[in-house]
Design a protein around this ligand. Structure first.
Ligand code: TXA
Ligand code: MG
Length: 321
């Protein structure tokens, strides 16, 4: 039997206990609106080291620090440009991570040795309750990468977290069940260390939304900042992912509901629109592995909305692990 107690009812008592466990150095997997995260006290080097161990993630890949409210960013960030404040006001709590020049609170074990730190205020009642309770105990923030093994598909349910990580969790660690993630792809990451915002990873907060809010056009993301999600092979199921081709007998198939299912093909998802596509994509890719399919064909959605993030993740998934 593997570790990591599964908490299916996140009552106030359960949240209090989870916050205490975090403070004591345990890992707590938590739901967010994007994907589930594997949380640790962001000021505890030993606890954070366990995140890297559980994920099998290289130590030089930075972690996002999650906060209960926007006001807390001044503890972690040194320089906060005007446009970043506009973004935070507009889209937090929400599926957006902002990268700032770090304060001394953001140590090398969080930033992967870089001079910047990623911050996010997630939009999920359980995440908020946990962050608020953790703060009451003196906690400064919860470091949380997506709760999957390095290179795998991010989990959008507590069951998927358990399937990924239960073998690597121990007594005292917890997995909080907050239902299926409502956005389904990871947050938009925006570099706020320059004179204009720069998108490092697309997500539900789109380029047009950033321009509209800041009056600035996001710069091209030519960057020396390391984003592990931008490694070539990432977000991959065991099955091969093939894009925009005709599925063959026995293939898994993911496409908008308007696309019919060819004979002999295993339909894994039929989302009605791009938002639903994002919400169900990772569970559909996981289900391909659960059914031991060797190949999944995905017809990519078009547009300049959240489909940009979908195509970004699918391109990486299609390159395999
Ligand atoms: O939606 C999300 O962002 C989820 C939920 C749990 O919040 N988290 C997530 O974390 O996707 P992770 O670690 O799987 O991906 C975060 C990405 C990584 O690629 C990391 O390299 C990048 O953010 N990142 C974190 N801090 C950074 C920094 N200071 N500079 C540049 N990239 C950073
Ligand atoms: Mg990840």
């Amino acid at each position: 039997m593997s570790g990591g107690q599964f908490v299916s009812k996140c009552t106030a008592d359960a949240i209090t206990r989870a916050a205490q466990q975090l403070k004591a150095g345990s890992l707590v997997a938590l739901p967010t609106e994007t994907v589930y995260g594997l949380g640790a006290d962001a000021t505890n080097a030993a606890a954070v080291a366990r995140i890297y161990e559980a994920k099998g993630r290289p130590a030089d890949h930075p972690l996002i620090v999650h906060l209960s409210e926007m006001a807390d960013i001044s503890e972690w960030a040194d320089e906060i440009p005007e446009y970043a404040i506009a973004l935070a006001r507009k889209y937090w709590p929400g599926p957006m991570t902002l990268i700032f020049t770090r304060s001394s609170l953001a140590q090398n074990f969080i930033t992967g040795g870089q001079d910047s730190v990623g911050l996010r205020v997630p939009d999920h009642v359980v995440a908020f309750a946990l962050l608020a309770e953790f703060k009451k105990l003196g906690g400064k923030g919860i470091a949380a990468p997506s709760a999957n093994r390095f290179g795998h598909v991010s989990p959008t349910s507590a069951e998927a977290v358990s399937a990924e990580l239960a073998d690597y969790l121990v007594d005292g660690d917890l997995i909080l069940d907050g239902g299926p993630s409502q956005v389904g792809v990871e947050s938009t990451i925006i570099d706020c260390t320059g004179s204009a915002p720069r998108i490092l990873r697309p997500g539900a907060i789109t380029e047009a939304m950033i321009t509209q809010t800041t009056g600035l056009h996001p710069a091209e993301s030519e960057t020396d900042i390391r984003v592990s999600g931008s490694l070539e092979n990432h977000y991959s199921p065991d099955a091969t992912v093939a894009l925009d081709c005709e599925p063959e007998l026995g293939d898994g198939f993911i496409a908008l509901a308007s696309v019919p299912t060819p004979d002999g093909v295993v339909r894994l998802a039929s989302p009605a629109n791009n938002e639903e596509f994002a919400r169900v994509l990772y569970a559909a890719l996981r289900s391909a592995d659960e059914r031991s399919l060797t190949r999944v064909v995905v017809h990519q959605p078009s547009g300049d909305d959240i489909s940009v993030a979908i195509r970004d993740r699918l391109l990486r998934a299609s390159r395999g692990r």
